[in-house]
Design a protein around this ligand. Structure first.
Ligand SMILES: Nc1ncnc2c1ncn2[C@@H]1O[C@H](COP(=O)(O)OP(=O)(O)OP(=O)(O)O)[C@@H](O)[C@H]1O
Ligand SMILES: [Mg+2]
Length: 255
């Protein structure tokens, strides 16, 4: 059941590819400002579920509500503008732009370079400065300040994942969907990334839904866990309860 503090509600969501039922009647709610991880064996439907919430796929049936507004079937840019941003299993950055530029291009109200802009310079200069300030603050929380003028392509894998998060935050998103933010990242940086996630949720009130395989690292930082297998939600609850649940253990052994 949805409650007042819930930011996202997913109801009986389903998606198949041909005969494969990738997401099969999934329902859950996300409480605002909490960190939830989505776990499950390879191919259990985690990325598909995130694609359905973020508008990259249209569900066959079911509904998604964001802040009580029905967003089912909305196009990705519309979902993004509503306040849900996502990252990808492989970071999607502008490799030739520097760190600061990558964050700035994500700004939702970026006035752009329309032909009226030059004569109206006075009008756009002020927001541009405010954007730069916000970008600087985000880079500071992410620990990327010193790298602001480095090309995105020269960053380490972990730094790219942080930068991708920065871009999502710059859009003003209140709900971040992260697809394996620490995959291929060394343990030290992986802990740093999860510490950053905790800071972002505490200081900026961001809600997180994070797909993650590396439970040894992730579990210590999260409020809730949702476990999937074969497209279905099998268990959800506190990290301890979910991890010790025989159905979850069986799903991993069976996979
Ligand atoms: N666009 C697509 N077309 C056809 N089948 C797809 C498509 N996307 C996903 N699938 C299939 O749907 C199932 C669920 O895939 P999904 O990527 O959601 O799993 P996952 O839980 O994210 O796995 P992993 O942990 O490996 O990233 C898989 O069997 C996959 O092959
Ligand atoms: Mg996946």
């Amino acid at each position: 059941m949805a409650a007042a503090g819930d930011i996202l509600q997913v109801r009986e969501l389903s998606k198949s590819f041909g005969r494969l039922q990738a997401v099969d009647g999934i329902s859950f709610v996300l409480e605002a400002k909490k960190i939830t991880i989505l776990i499950g064996p390879n191919g259990s439907g985690k990325t598909t579920l995130v694609n359905l919430i973020s508008g990259f796929y249209k569900p066959d049936s079911g509904d998604v509500f964001y802040k009580s507004k029905r967003i089912t079937g909305w196009a990705p840019h519309r979902v993004y503008r509503a306040g849900i941003a996502r990252t990808f299993q492989i970071p999607a950055l502008f490799s030739k732009l520097n760190v600061l530029e990558n964050v700035l291009v994500a700004e939702k109200h970026n006035p752009g370079e329309g032909f009226l802009r030059a004569p109206l310079e006075r009008l756009w200069k002020a927001p541009e400065e405010a954007s730069t300030e916000r970008a600087a603050k985000i880079l500071e929380i992410l620990g990327l300040s010193k790298l602001w003028d480095k090309r995105a392509s020269t960053l380490s894998g972990g730094q790219m994942k942080l930068l991708e998060m920065g871009r999502a935050l710059m859009s003003g998103a209140e709900l971040l969907l992260l697809d394996e933010p620490i995959s291929g990242v060394n343990p030290t940086l992986a802990h740093e990334i999860f510490n950053t996630v905790v800071r972002l949720s505490e200081e900026l009130g961001v809600t997180f839904l994070i797909i993650e395989h590396r439970l040894d690292i992730a579990l210590g930082y999260v409020d809730n866990v949702i476990a999937m297998a074969y497209g279905k939600l099998i268990v959800s609850g506190s990290p301890d309860a979910v991890i010790s649940d025989p159905r979850v253990i069986e799903a991993y052994i069976g996979a």
